[in-house]
Design a protein around this ligand. Structure first.
Ligand code: NAD
Length: 307
């Protein structure tokens, strides 16, 4: 397999992990970020990766957008959703005529943002269940099995996406090119809207939420609202699959603090707009009531303001 040129826009938990593993597999990777602490840590000590394959330190190029010059084969966006637009604007000079863009970010509306920077025939979107935590600057932790699915936005079969999927697989990040990736995106949105906003508002871990029967019922009811909106969008989501994933998380990921809870505790903005906010706006278009999702949206917005 020939080496790909891959730039990662947003080298936090996910970007560092994907970038690090792809570099380890022999690809020419550049990490791009605006956080001077993360940049200094990776430059001085390398990137420490700890996953099921063990612990190692990798030497990796990392820079702020204005210092980057390579127009890569793939620019993979891994900022939080509210930073996508700004990040792509500062990286516009890296998007060459052959450069493809990929977003595996959580939430809805990622494709629309990417489309202002490239033609749909050069954009892929998808979802990933890879977990990653930046435990310290330059130190990323990831454990367990995962799956990544991606599809070209225009539905075409693209040799470049096949090559990227092969690269991810070889790097230990199982990935399939999947025409149903948009279904998977919505099912994950249902999961995230339920668990992220409920844990954020109640300030409880996933296990804390699941330990109360009311918490479990509410999580499933919120997910059902989101899945009904997905069905109105014409997507063949499988509600039982999402509910089973929620039950699994409530039962087995007890200590996990979803990112929205972590963000609220750290007084950072959350991804609420691309989760509950986006669902509420699309539901409105279809005339569907999503009262619980909307109430959680308002509660998280209030919590964000007081942060
Ligand atoms: P993160 O906060 O750890 O990393 C985001 C990075 O983007 C930070 O390093 C930040 O400095 C950088 N950034 C912000 N503005 C930028 C800009 N203008 N230019 C360049 N870089 C910029 O977030 P994360 O946990 O890696 O999540 C990234 C995305 O992946 C989110 O959409 C998240 O929901 C999704 N996701 C996360 C996980 C996970 O386990 N962490 C799993 C699946 C999906």
């Amino acid at each position: 397999m020939s080496a790909l040129r891959i730039s990662i826009l947003g080298a936090g938990a996910m970007g560092s992990l994907f970038g690090g593993l792809l570099a380890e597999a022999g690809h020419a990777v550049e990490l791009i970020d605006v956080n001077p602490v993360q940049i200094a840590a990776v430059r001085e000590h390398g990137l420490l990766i700890r996953n099921d394959a063990g612990e190692r330190r990798l030497t990796l190029a990392i820079m702020p957008p204005q210092e980057a010059t390579t127009q890569p084969d793939w620019l993979i966006v891994f900022t939080k959703a509210m930073h996508t637009q700004g990040a792509l604007e500062s990286a516009r000079h890296l998007i060459g005529p052959q450069t493809r863009l990929l977003s595996l970010q959580n939430g809805l509306g990622n494709a629309e943002k990417l489309m202002t920077f490239a033609d749909a025939s050069r954009i892929a979107i998808g979802m990933t269940t890879v977990p990653a935590d930046l435990v310290a600057p330059g130190e990323v932790l990831s454990h367990g099995q995962s799956k990544t699915r991606a599809v070209m936005l225009d539905g075409s079969r693209d040799a470049a996406l096949d090559a990227l999927a092969a690269a991810l697989n070889a790097a230990g990040l199982p990935c399939t090119v999947d025409p149903d990736a948009v279904v998977a995106i919505w099912e994950k949105v249902a999961f995230n809207v339920a668990l992220n906003s409920l844990c954020g508002v109640t300030q409880r871990t996933v296990g804390g939420l699941g330990s109360a029967a009311e918490g479990r019922r509410l999580a499933h009811a919120v997910a059902s609202e989101v899945l009904a909106v997905a069905q109105a969008e014409g997507l063949a989501v499988l509600p039982e699959r999402t509910h089973a994933t929620i039950d699994h998380a409530l039962d087995h990921h007890g200590g996990h603090k979803p990112s929205m809870l972590q963000d609220l505790l750290a007084k950072r903005p959350t991804e609420i707009e691309t989760l509950n906010g986006a669902v509420v706006r699309i539901a409105e278009k279809h005339g569907i009531a999503v009262a619980r999702t909307e109430a959680l949206y308002a509660l998280v917005k209030i919590a964000e303001q007081s942060a």
